[in-house]
Design a protein around this ligand. Structure first.
Ligand code: NAD
Length: 266
């Protein structure tokens, strides 16, 4: 794989929600290849820790659902990276876990603000920089909920399906500029977030977390949860020259899922 930009310089990468979880793993993956990485995250302490630990890393405290935060982040980024070759839209929250008629409006709006509007706020600022770099790519971290129905997760599913629509639309808009846009659709990823999702799902259905974990694992043909490193490796491949003709795709990294189980009581 080759991680150089059009000027034969190491890729300059922006990763939203890069201070922990999947975003941090992606950041580490790019830095291991010599790329310069700017992250943003809502968690200031985690951003500080990231910047202190990584010589190739810089960061901004920003909530991507706030337009002013996004503006400030791009001002920071102009100083740290001086340009942009790769945007990884990773920030996203789980949103409410409930049947649609019980979803509270505040929870719905919060999910849409972060999981949909935030992607737009960041991408619209990144694209002129990608064009200036004469190429590059966008990697949207969606979910395998973007490929199937997902009972009790209306807001999350709606936003993640929207992300695939945006991936294909942006790939068509930017292809002539040599900019590629792809989405990764992870299955359940080992780590604290999926444990929280499992606990909320179990509480909402009145069953044990172990029962939910088993059901989630059975949704994959390979009966597994994936590792954040699997997502990082895919993001790196897509952004590198090895992926130079891949655009407009939604790539599942989930041990193969044919459909999410609808096991609600009838
Ligand atoms: P996470 O819950 O571990 O959070 C990662 C980071 O996001 C945290 O550091 C948090 O501070 C930051 N963050 C939260 N809201 C933010 C905001 N408004 N602006 C900026 N930063 C914010 O998440 P994760 O599990 O690493 O998931 C990352 C992405 O992957 C999300 O888009 C998620 O939907 C997707 N995904 C995750 C899984 C999974 O099982 N973990 C599966 C499929 C898809």
């Amino acid at each position: 794989m080759n991680f150089l930009n059009a000027n034969e310089q190491p890729l300059r990468v922006l990763i939203t929600a890069g201070a922990s979880g999947i975003g941090l793993e992606i950041a580490k993956g790019f830095m291991a290849e010599g790329c310069q990485v700017h992250i943003c995250d809502i968690n200031g302490a985690a951003v500080d820790a990231f910047v202190n630990e990584h010589t190739l890393g810089s960061g901004s405290v920003a909530d991507i659902s706030k337009v002013d935060d996004v503006e400030a982040m791009f001002n920071d980024l102009s100083g740290t990276l001086g340009g942009l070759d790769v945007l990884v839209n990773c920030a996203g929250i789980a949103g409410p876990t409930a049947p649609v008629e019980e979803c509270d409006i505040e929870g719905w709006n919060q999910a849409v603000d972060i999981d949909l509007n935030g992607q737009f706020y960041v991408t619209r600022k990144a694209v002129p920089m990608l064009k200036q770099a004469k190429g590059g790519s966008i990697v949207n971290i969606a979910s395998n909920a973007a490929l199937h129905g997902f009972p009790l997760r209306s807001a999350y599913t709606a936003c993640k399906w929207a992300m695939i629509g945006l991936t294909k639309t942006w790939a068509m808009e930017m292809g002539v500029d040599g900019i590629r846009v792809n989405a990764i659709c992870p299955g359940s990823v080992n780590g604290p977030r999926i444990e929280g999702v499992i606990e909320r799902d179990a509480a909402s259905r009145g069953v044990s977390p172990d029962e939910i974990r088993t059901i989630y694992q059975r949704q994959s043909s390979m009966r597994l949860f994936v590792d954040a490193e699997d997502i990082a490796n895919t993001a790196k491949f897509l952004a590198s020259r090895a992926g130079k003709t891949i655009s407009g795709q939604a790539i599942a990294v989930d041990g193969h899922t044919e459909g999410l189980t609808n096991w609600l009581e009838s």
